[in-house]
Design a protein around this ligand. Structure first.
Ligand SMILES: O=C(O)CCC(=O)C(=O)O
Length: 291
């Protein structure tokens, strides 16, 4: 498999910013995530074999310091992504022996013309808590697939579904190698920034250790994004998306469900919306309109 030495966010759809988490923050996050993962229900693990267990950050106010992390906001600014606001995040853990993640892209706003512009409207910030390689389940991407339709788009079903998450058919090509794939191996504490439109996936975890990842969604230039988009983003953040996020309703509206001190720490970075525009319709079908 190919490994590119450097990745460009705009050209390739993702990039790596080294060492954004210092040793102290990394150790603290490993402790916190280890505690949370010990409580994961085995039934959830079975239902989420491909993705790995998913724990919403909205469930744990101690993630406030990561959501508002200055080093990450500065890294985004240096990448030309100022004014980014947070909507949601997950602790994703792939246990030893965990299968590959299915190929997918995460953008849901394909009905809006902004989806076809070079500047991303939604990016993931991924922090792996261990060094990653293709042997323990590192990220893999199809460079350029955020802006350009590729043969891989035509081989994929529409986004996530339960059968894919359970790996009911391990021979489905959606888990396999794809033409043009590139491995994104990182050091623990590096930050991977990626465009939500990018086709990506992760290798199987063939190691003896858990491969944990904290992934957070941010929306650059949020206050100048179209109102319909902001209305949808804010509704995702408040966990109102019961169709697409069945666990969300149980947690309660975010960030209101957090204690006041944690809410204060993230106040400047949350994707609030007070207007009355109708939310943009949810459409995760990778668009045939891509060039
Ligand atoms: O588990 C990984 O490495 C990638 C996770 C991912 O693709 C996602 O959160 O959309």
């Amino acid at each position: 498999m190919a490994v590119l030495e450097t990745l460009d966010l705009y050209k390739d759809g993702a990039t790596v910013v080294p060492g954004v988490l210092d040793a102290k923050m990394l150790a603290w996050l490993r402790g916190l995530c280890g505690d949370l993962l010990r409580k994961v229900d085995p039934a959830h693990r079975a239902a989420q074999r491909s993705t790995g267990s998913l724990i919403q950050m909205a469930e744990e106010p101690r993630f406030a310091d990561l959501i508002a992390l200055e080093g990450a906001i500065t890294a985004l600014e240096r990448l030309g992504l100022s004014g980014a606001r947070f909507s949601s995040g997950y602790l994703i853990s792939k246990p030893p022996g965990g299968p590959p993640l299915f190929w997918h892209q995460d953008w849901w706003g394909w009905d809006h013309p902004i989806s076809y512009e070079r500047q991303p409207t939604q990016v993931f910030l991924m922090y792996y808590l261990v060094d990653t390689t293709p042997s323990n389940g590192c990220l893999r991407i199809i460079p350029g697939s955020h802006l350009r339709r590729t043969p891989v788009h035509d081989r994929l079903p529409s986004a996530h579904n339960q059968s894919l998450a359970r790996v009911e058919d391990p021979d489905d090509p959606v888990y396999g190698s794809m033409p043009g794939e590139v491995a994104v191996a990182v050091k623990a504490g590096d930050l991977v920034v990626g465009d939500a439109r990018l086709l990506h996936s992760a290798y199987a975890n063939q190691s003896a250790d858990e491969r944990s990842l904290l992934t957070l969604w941010y929306h650059p230039a949020y206050m100048t994004q179209p109102e319909q988009l902001r209305a949808r983003v804010a509704s995702i953040m408040r966990r109102e998306e019961v169709d697409t996020d069945p666990d969300g309703a149980a947690i309660g509206p975010f960030p209101d469900c957090w204690p006041a001190d944690a809410r204060t720490r993230i106040a400047d970075v949350v994707a609030a919306y007070e207007g009355d525009a109708a939310p943009l319709p949810w459409n995760r079908e990778p668009s045939p309109r891509l060039a």
